[in-house]
Design a protein around this ligand. Structure first.
Ligand SMILES: Nc1nc2c(ncn2[C@@H]2O[C@H](COP(=O)(O)OP(=O)(O)OP(=O)(O)O)[C@@H](O)[C@H]2O)c(=O)[nH]1
Length: 310
């Protein structure tokens, strides 16, 4: 996608604002204009704000430096590039402006050549920043999501589940912590091939996500093991939800290259209540794991709760 910059010119001197507007447009930059600090702040607070800000130092409402401070107070993923425009060009003023968060200065009256060069530096910096933000977003995605299923991976899941657990304790809500594992998956891989196994994992990821609400958690812990976390009133209802999911999997037609592959999963679950006094997520994982082991022992394609193992 072509990179484009939208600029905000904030200047109460209308003639000066017009001059800069005409020049920026001539240089291919989209422009919005504000004639005081309050109007400028409205543009800055927009959902999709301008990325290049040319702020006059002296303005009614907020002056350019105050606007700078307001912008820099927010921890923005993609912060704007700020050029302060002013007749004050003493070393003290320049240092003050930069210390308050400006990226650069241009002195008034404008020298067109210098203004153009400064604006170009701003655009180059913004372009570089956009590439960096894009790369970081991609890395974040790779670090948090399992490539095969698109679900949260183990690391991201643990982080989020920690937060879910403390929220549940604060709000006194009840949760069901469940792990589920495909039965005899090695045999499936051996009989139908690894690509068939991968296709099943993908399909299962989608099926499990569909079965829960948007604000519940589904993730792939690793291999053929998945994780589910959902809020639920009591253990009877929790069991019903997991039983429904287990049956959906049993009924589902998993197909690969024209062959229908029967798949079942075993479940192990721990019911979390605010009275548990368990603060570590790892404890619930180990409880759910124990219950899963029991489901496997009891013949597979079953749901077991930790309460029934002790
Ligand atoms: N296709 C595919 N297979 C995987 C993946 N990750 C793990 N596996 C396979 O999953 C299988 C797990 O086998 P086991 O741990 O013996 O378990 P199982 O055969 O499912 O038996 P039970 O769990 O006891 O019912 C192994 O063959 C792994 O190679 C993956 O990403 N893709």
């Amino acid at each position: 996608m072509a990179f484009s910059v939208r600029a905000l010119i904030a200047d109460d001197d209308k003639a000066s604002a017009k001059l800069v507007e005409v020049l920026l447009k001539k240089w291919g930059i989209e422009v919005v204009v504000a004639h005081d600090g309050l109007e400028a702040l409205e543009y800055i607070m927009q959902f999709d704000p301008p990325s290049l800000l040319l702020l006059d130092w002296e303005m009614p409402g907020y002056n350019g430096i105050e606007l700078c401070q307001k912008v820099r107070k927010n921890d923005m993923k993609n912060p704007p590039y700020i050029i302060i425009c002013t007749a004050r060009d003493s070393a003290e003023h320049i240092a003050e402006g930069l210390n308050q968060g400006a990226n650069d200065f241009v002195t008034k009256p404008f020298n067109t050549q210098v203004l153009k060069a400064r604006v170009e530096v701003g655009c180059r910096t913004l372009k570089l920043q956009a590439r960096l933000v894009e790369a970081m977003t991609r890395l974040d995605r790779l670090a948090s999501f399992d490539e095969l299923t698109g679900l949260l991976n183990r690391r991201a899941l643990f982080e989020r589940v920690h937060e879910d657990l403390s929220r549940a304790m604060r709000t006194e809500s009840r949760l069901c912590f469940a792990v589920c594992d495909i039965d005899w998956f090695k045999r499936i891989n051996d009989k139908y091939g690894h690509p068939a196994g991968d296709a099943i994992l993908r399909q299962l990821g989608a099926l499990l996500s569909q079965q829960l609400r948007l604000y519940d958690r589904v993730g792939r812990i690793g291999g053929e093991e998945f994780f589910l976390l959902f809020s639920v009133k009591d253990i009877v209802r929790a069991n019903k939800v997991l039983e429904r999911i287990r049956q959906e999997i049993e009924k589902c037609r998993f197909e690969f290259e024209g062959k229908v592959i029967p798949v079942t999963m075993s479940f192990g679950a721990a019911f979390v209540t605010p009275d548990d006094k368990v603060e570590r997520v790892e404890v619930y994982f180990s409880h759910a794991d124990k219950a899963l082991y029991r489901s496997k022992e009891r013949g597979r394609n079953l749901v077991t709760f930790f309460n029934d193992c002790v």
